[in-house]
Design a binder for this molecule. Structure first.
Ligand code: G3H
Ligand code: 13P
Ligand code: NA
Ligand code: ZN
Length: 308
């Protein structure tokens, strides 16, 4: 059934593992992810961005996720990713989402608190949980100066004040990850000291890691082998994600790895079968590639297998 993330985060926190939050945009992506979670007996968060709503039409995504729930019998959270304002949050809550993110991270601390509180009040009155964000994710350079880090990475004391004053249910933090396929130019590096301080100060409170795709080298290589152009693509190494999952991070967001798995597989198929033009021919292996990749993440990186 569609549920909130409250219980799954509690178990994930105590068990030192994380729940994968996968971005969904169409049927094949949803099916690949859900099949994987079903075989791994893992809980699941399916998340929908404003861009996904615009691409697919909100009602299609809602009905596809309902179909996935009915077909799989899995506990699934339907989550709004990066809600920008009260309006989109309300639309999602009113249509049956069980979790929403209000991303006020681009605003001042006080304004972020104000809009987050407004969302929390409405969401909680409807039994929906709220993820908020403090600190800014960005394309962070190799050697970020301490002062620049302090300006963009999550401040531990502010995080405590933010959670207390807003009543949010989980908090996305900035410790050096970023969205997309180009996260690092040199050695990948996350600020684990900062994460440790934040999770100590917010003891027991679920943290969220955005921009957490690994940008898996085999898919980057396959894209490039079959006509793509992704020079220097780089993500968060798997061991860093495993470590974060033991330090209070309960939700790990993954979109780019789905995109790369799908695109690499379609590129390969079309190159090797130039005579084919039935979309099912290339979407089926793309769906399988997503399933295999998500299974690998759940089992070997997130650690949420057999936790239902
Ligand atoms: O955080 C961004 C997610 O990858 C969603 O991307 O806004 O292009 O749908 P999108
Ligand atoms: P990636 O771009 O690393 O997949 O991050 C996705 C994300 O954070 C969605 O909110
Ligand atoms: Na959440
Ligand atoms: Zn994100």
């Amino acid at each position: 059934s569609l549920i909130t993330s409250t219980e799954m985060f509690k178990k994930a926190y105590q068990g030192g593992y994380a729940i994968g939050a996968f971005n969904v945009n169409n049927m094949e992506i949803i099916q690949g992810i859900v099949e994987a979670a079903k075989e791994e007996k893992s809980p699941l968060i399916l998340q929908v961005s404003a861009g996904a709503r615009k691409y697919a039409n909100p009602i299609y995504l809602k009905k596809l996720v309902e179909a996935a729930v009915e077909d799989s019998n899995l506990p699934i959270v339907l989550h709004l990713d990066h809600g920008e304002d009260f309006e989109i949050v309300k639309a999602c809550i009113d249509s049956g989402f069980t979790s929403v993110m209000i991303d006020g991270s681009k605003h001042s601390f006080e304004e972020n608190i104000r809009i987050t509180k407004e969302v929390v009040e409405y969401a909680h009155s409807k039994g929906v949980v709220v993820e908020a964000e403090l600190g800014r994710l960005a394309g962070v350079e190799d050697a970020v100066k301490v002062s620049a880090k302090d300006a963009t990475y999550t401040d531990p004391d502010q995080a405590v004040e933010f959670v207390e004053r807003t009543g949010c249910d989980s908090l996305a933090i900035a410790i050096g990850t970023s969205h997309g396929a180009y996260k690092f130019t040199g050695e990948p590096k996350l600020d684990f000291e900062r994460l440790e301080i934040i999770s100590k100060k917010l003891s027991g409170f679920p943290l969220v890691l955005h921009g957490a795709s690994t940008v898996m080298p085999e898919f980057v290589a396959k894209c490039n082998q079959f006509g793509g152009k992704l020079p220097g693509a780089m993500g968060v190494p798997e061991d860093m994600l495993r470590k974060a999952a033991t330090m209070g991070v309960c939700k790990i967001n993954i979109d780019t790895d789905l995109r790369l798995a799908m695109t690499a597989t379609i590129r390969e198929y079309l190159t090797n079968h130039p005579e084919e033009f039935d979309p099912r021919k290339y979407l089926a292996p793309a769906r399988t590639a997503i399933k295999d990749m998500v299974k690998h993440k759940i089992r070997n990186v997130l650690g949420s297998s057999n936790t239902i």
